[in-house]
Ligand binder design. Structure first.
Ligand code: PNS
Length: 162
């Protein structure tokens, strides 16, 4: 069956321009892109999932075929509930590849009809990660070129309180 829906899962803590680049690429390829933020309370995210979803919704507002949701538990269970058969993940560098293939194969083991599609991130974002954005922001660096403006504003507010 040809896939109309692709799920783009992640922590998005916070969303970056790298995530937006991938969403933009996917929006031209699929009828519908569903961005799914993992709740992940155990990992003590900087932003609660409700806030990550709200920031992502602002970021994807210009796209009429992209929606944002959150999930908890196994990605394969979420994909089943959504009747999705395709997962999208970005690959920045070859170092991402090993972990991503491991996840894709585990997901396939748990849900054989579920395929994972990898898209290379734009070269200009190959060094970008949410983890480094958080660190640079916390230590007073400028992250405004690395994240969408609404996310940069939230990070600035948070820095004032850290
Ligand atoms: O942005 P991230 O942190 O690289 O995203 C990782 C994510 C959310 C895609 C992955 O951790 C995930 O799918 N977690 C849900 C739990 C799960 O299904 N674990 C088994 C994966 S093999």
């Amino acid at each position: 069956m040809r896939q109309k829906l692709v799920i783009y899962p992640g922590s998005f803590d916070p969303p970056t321009n790298g995530h937006l680049d991938l969403i933009t690429r996917a929006s031209t390829m699929f009828a519908h892109v569903s961005v799914a933020a993992l709740r992940n309370d155990a990992k003590a995210p900087l932003f609660p999932v409700e806030e990550r979803v709200a920031m992502l919704r602002e970021v994807v507002a210009p796209f009429d075929n992209v929606s944002v949701d959150s999930f908890d538990g196994l990605l394969v269970d979420y994909a089943r509930r959504r009747e999705a058969r395709l997962i999208l993940r970005g690959i920045r560098a070859i170092s991402d590849y090993e972990y991503e293939v491991q996840m894709a194969l585990m997901n396939r083991k748990l849900f054989p009809e579920l395929e994972t599609l990898f898209i290379p991130a734009a070269e200009s974002y190959s060094y970008l990660s949410s983890r480094l954005v958080k660190e640079v922001n916390r230590l007073g660096g400028d992250v405004s070129d690395l994240v969408p403006p609404n996310v940069a504003a939230r990070l600035r507010e948070l820095r004032g309180k850290q």
